[in-house]
Design a protein around this ligand. Structure first.
Ligand code: ATP
Length: 238
């Protein structure tokens, strides 16, 4: 089977800072892949490079066999890759429904499709349905994260990339978000997940990549990573 996404020898820079150094990573259709690593390792930069926010200096990013390097970010969205950045960038002054409508604009062209997308979001997140007319800025942190994910799903991505969806949320809400990520995956969306909460991420994921100071140092099945001494010490807090 061919991977859906394949990064080969990717190098990304911020000025002179070599933020990604020879990244090789593959994601197969249907997988949940976790990207682990400490602060500043290069996790967010990996997502930004895939989604076209940063152009790599070297290497290729193959998506369904086509090299994405140089493709503008909005075109990458149209190809089916959605990046939900850290920090839930929703429109606080707009209602929940308006935020979802905005998420649809690149792909869903007619009202019926938009309505179906919103219904799907409300099925996944009933809490959002109850708050459909509420302005997004007044939602709790967990609800804002749910809205950010739902908005990303409005364009029916094949690959959903999530940057620390559990950041700053209470454990019970984290569990809820993780359950829904699993459900989104079951419904057919491939997931690339960055998580500080490595325990939760490795419970959910099929495989994981570990990135340290701009390099991938390990990639394995999630259950192998969960049992690895170095991973336990560094990321699972034992
Ligand atoms: P965190 O969890 O702290 O966000 P990360 O693994 O996502 O960590 P990145 O944000 O990818 O790390 O950062 C990788 C490196 O690039 C770090 O050394 C960081 O300081 C640097 N970096 C990130 N963004 C910029 C930027 N806009 N300008 C300059 N350097 C940056």
């Amino acid at each position: 089977m061919k991977p859906l996404l394949k990064l080969k020898g990717v190098h990304s820079f911020y000025g002179k800072i070599h933020a990604l150094n020879d990244i090789n990573l593959e994601i197969y259709e249907g997988e949940i892949v976790a990207l682990l690593g400490s602060n500043g390792a290069g996790k967010s930069t990996t997502l930004k490079t895939i989604s076209g926010i940063i152009k790599p200096k070297e290497g290729t990013i193959e998506w369904e066999g086509e090299n994405l390097v140089g493709t503008p970010a909005h075109k990458i969205v149209e190809k089916g890759i959605i990046h939900i950045p850290e920090g839930r960038r929703i429109f606080g002054g707009l209602t929940v429904t308006e935020n979802l409508e905005l998420g649809a604009f690149t792909v869903r062209k007619n009202k019926k499709q938009i309505k179906e997308g919103i219904e799907r979001a409300f099925d996944l997140f009933p809490r959002l349905k109850e708050r459909a007319k509420q302005t997004a800025g007044t939602l709790s942190g967990g609800e804002q994260q749910m809205l950010a994910i739902s908005r990303g799903l409005m364009s029916q991505p094949k690959l959903l990339m999530l940057d620390e969806p559990s950041m700053g949320l209470a454990p019970i809400i984290v569990q809820e978000i993780m359950k829904i990520i699993k459900e989104i995956n079951k419904q057919g969306t491939t997931i690339l997940l960055i998580e500080q909460n490595a325990k939760a991420a490795l419970k959910l994921a099929n495989r994981g990549y570990v990135i340290e100071t701009s390099k991938i140092i390990m990639h394995e099945e999630a259950n192998v990573l969960r049992a690895d001494d170095k991973i336990i010490k560094a990321y699972l807090g034992a």
